[in-house]
Ligand binder design. Structure first.
Ligand code: CAA
Length: 395
């Protein structure tokens, strides 16, 4: 076993850290307070090469391994969750799924634009009446000659107002009792498409989230990803990639909590003594350190499994479940350590607290991952080999 990160990983960590601190942190308090997302940040991420991380060089990406993607997510979320969400949606849910399921023609057509950031990708699975129970979605695709006509709506879509293209999961209209799921890559500028922002979120206020609607939206058959009937598997494998980015990003929240608490605990004095000397504060700091270090091991393992082309549905569920839970606990403790200052946005920890709560809901709730882990252990759930796997890293 080799746990060492390569010099390239270290360089990528440094680059993503600097990007986060220089391009995301300035103004984040105001953007979060005013619930204003920054569209220009997407362009800057593209220019910095972040949107092509872990996409093979032959499709215009950086050609770095999949662990690099996790490291970027960790360092971006250390700055703000809204920046990591871009990676989750654009790189994880959209681009890697296209890399896994696309034909050579589809990959050559879309991946270079996505890798350079000329095009932004997003993902549409969740509907007003189909969240955890994703299989109950009701958006339909009606076959009509050489095209499909899509009707329905999706909600809680990150980058709904900014993405140029969406990976959308539908049912085939007029199917029998057993639904036939289909996945499509659809363009925003297709007639019949529109989006609407969602307001009033508890966290990730500097990120764009919305609804997308399809009204008799006609798409050509070459936009079908996988075959008819593969749609649910496409969605679940997209979540294998999305959950990886969420799990690695959650470690960034813990690191950000430690950044803030280490400073505060050594500055704030009670009865002439730094609060960092108090054992109950040390207990909270130690728990954060454990969450960070265990969290890294969990996501590095998944990154390695991606690198060698292994299925990792169970492992990524574990990493997402544990890391998001530990990030929320760390943020709660970070508020505690800051006392009343943790209760206002003068210090960043209240933002970490609100932001970390969301990740226990999206990309599989805390409860879904708990059940999934129990089902694997009890033998009720087993992973079969996949018909299409994410290509192993070519080195
Ligand atoms: N890759 C490929 N195929 C997969 C797969 C994977 N990771 N996981 C499952 N499949 C396949 C299975 O092999 C199975 O195929 P067969 O029928 O041929 O055997 C099929 O898909 C159905 O799989 P399951 O039996 O596991 O399906 P299930 O109904 O038991 O799944 C569930 C239940 C795990 C709870 C699933 O519905 C789930 O994960 N729900 C949570 C949904 C979710 O995370 N939503 C988040 C939306 S996205 C988001 O939040 C992003 C954002 O923008 C904020």
């Amino acid at each position: 076993m080799d746990f060492a990160l390569t010099p390239e990983h270290e360089l990528i960590r440094e680059m993503a850290y600097k990007f986060g601190q220089q391009e995301v942190v300035p103004g984040i308090q105001e953007r979060d307070r005013e619930a204003k997302s920054d569209r220009q940040m997407l362009d800057k991420m593209g220019q910095a090469g972040l949107l092509g991380v872990s996409i093979p060089a032959k499709y215009g990406g950086s050609g770095t391994d999949y662990i690099a993607l996790g490291i970027v997510c960790e360092e971006l979320e250390r700055a703000d969750t809204s920046a990591r969400v871009v990676m989750s949606v654009h790189s994880g849910l959209h681009s890697l799924t296209l890399l896994q399921w696309g034909t050579e023609e589809q990959k050559n057509r879309w991946l270079p634009g996505l890798a350079s950031g000329d095009k932004v990708g997003a993902f549409g699975l969740t509907e007003p009446n189909a969240g955890s129970d994703a299989i109950s979605l009701s958006t339909t695709a009606r076959k009509d000659g050489d095209s499909y006509v899509i009707n329905g709506e999706k909600t809680w879509i990150s980058l709904a107002d900014y993405a140029d293209q969406f990976l959308v999961i539908t049912k085939l209209a007029g199917g029998g009792d057993k639904p036939t799921f289909c996945a499509f890559i659809v363009d925003r500028n297709t007639p019949g498409f529109h989006s609407k922002p969602l307001k009033g979120k508890l966290g990730v206020r500097a990120g764009n989230t919305g609804q997308i609607f399809f009204d008799e939206m006609r798409v050509e058959k070459d936009r079908l990803l996988g075959a008819e009937g593969d749609g649910f598997k496409v969605a679940m494998s997209a979540l294998d990639h999305g959950r990886y980015t969420v799990a690695s990003g959650a470690v960034g929240i813990i690191t950000a909590c430690l950044d803030a608490c280490n400073k505060y605990a050594r500055e704030r004095k009670v009865q002439g003594e730094e609060i960092g000397r108090k054992q109950l504060v040390q207990q909270m700091i130690a728990n954060m350190v454990a969450g960070r270090d265990i969290g890294r091991l969990l996501y590095y393992q998944v990154g390695w499994m991606k690198n060698v082309g292994m299925r990792h549905t169970r492992e990524v569920s574990m990493a997402k479940w544990q890391n998001c839970s530990n990030a929320f606990k760390s943020a709660n403790d970070a508020v505690e350590i800051h006392g009343a200052y943790g209760f206002c946005d003068e210090f960043p920890v209240e933002r970490y607290f609100r932001n970390s709560r969301g990740a226990m809901i999206y990309e599989g709730t805390h409860e879904i991952h708990t059940i999934v882990q129990a089902e694997y252990e009890l033998g009720y759930r087993q992973d079969k080999p996949l018909s299409k796997t994410l290509p192993a890293w070519e080195g």
